[in-house]
Design a protein around this ligand. Structure first.
Ligand SMILES: [Zn+2]
Length: 278
């Protein structure tokens, strides 16, 4: 059985903390490096429902994509949900580790898993290659196995992603032909320009806002847009990260059990249409 330090070493060899953005807060949030780790739960968000799942399963470590304290803190008092979470974790010997923007730009990283989930096959290349290594970077560009309409591609993407309340929002002509696609897990506003410059037919991401999306689509020549739930675009990465960690540890003679949380922790939980149908 590996120690937490062994597991952290393995995670950081795949998702190097030096690749994280300067504003990010990645790595170990709580946990004793000397503690043994047998069960590891993977989840997108460090939220109470995930901690409860870890507790019920007997996990020793939770690996999340999103950091608990992105902007730092001066208190972990149990007066906020974050403080209570820290208390729950420490009281139950559960460590917490975050791999965020360092997992986004890894090869393979968050957007590789997203690209496969929405049906892109063949080679994938970064939408914005990292300066120090063009094999890594933000977003991915790839193609479906054969040209499809935007309508068909969106249907395929919806089938490939885990279900969320909001589903997918699409901006563009449904009959438009799709040959090349850019995807980026999480909030993708900042990559709109790169997607246009790449000359792709569709850009699939999350958290697109009205003004950037409206201005983008009014300007001719750009790709169609697909806006998915933030959680859904990052969730496919969890299984890949779990597999990589388990096999990396196994190569060093360490055995762990991994599990991917299937609890939907997207911020949006229902829509008016869904309510009407109930
Ligand atoms: Zn995210």
């Amino acid at each position: 059985m590996p120690t937490l330090a062994d597991v952290v070493d393995e995670l950081e060899s795949t998702y190097d903390p030096r690749w994280a953005e300067s504003w990010d807060a990645v790595g170990l949030v709580c946990g004793d490096p000397a503690a043994p780790v047998r069960r590891i739960l993977f989840a997108v968000d460090p939220v109470p429902v995930v901690a409860e799942e870890a507790l019920a399963w007997g996990a020793d470590l939770i690996v999340t994509h999103h950091p608990l304290y992105l902007r730092g803190t001066t208190s972990v008092a149990a007066t906020t949900f974050k403080g209570r979470l820290v208390h729950t974790l420490i009281r139950n010997d559960i460590a917490l580790f975050a791999a965020h923007t360092n997992a986004d730009v890894a090869d393979p990283g968050v957007s590789d898993a997203l690209a496969r989930a929405v049906g892109l096959t063949g080679p994938l290349t970064p939408l914005v290659p990292a300066a120090d290594d063009p094999r890594r970077g933000l977003g991915r560009i790839g193609s479906p196995p054969a040209p499809v309409t935007l309508r068909e591609f969106a249907r395929q993407a919806a089938r490939g992603l885990p279900a969320t309340a909001g589903g997918l929002r699409i901006a563009g002509d449904p009959d438009r032909e799709v040959r090349r696609v850019a995807v980026s897990g999480g909030a993708g506003d900042s990559l709109l320009g790169a997607a246009r410059a790449a000359g792709v037919d569709v850009f699939l991401t999350a958290d697109l806002r009205h003004h950037p999306a409206s201005e983008f689509t009014e300007e001719p020549g750009g790709p169609a847009l697909i806006d998915a739930a933030h959680w859904a675009t990052e969730w496919p990465w969890l299984a890949d990260a779990a597999r990589r960690l388990a096999s990396g540890l196994a190569a060093k003679g360490n055995t762990v059990e991994t599990r991917v949380s299937e609890t939907v922790t997207d911020a949006w939980t229902t829509t008016a249409e869904c309510e009407d149908l109930k």
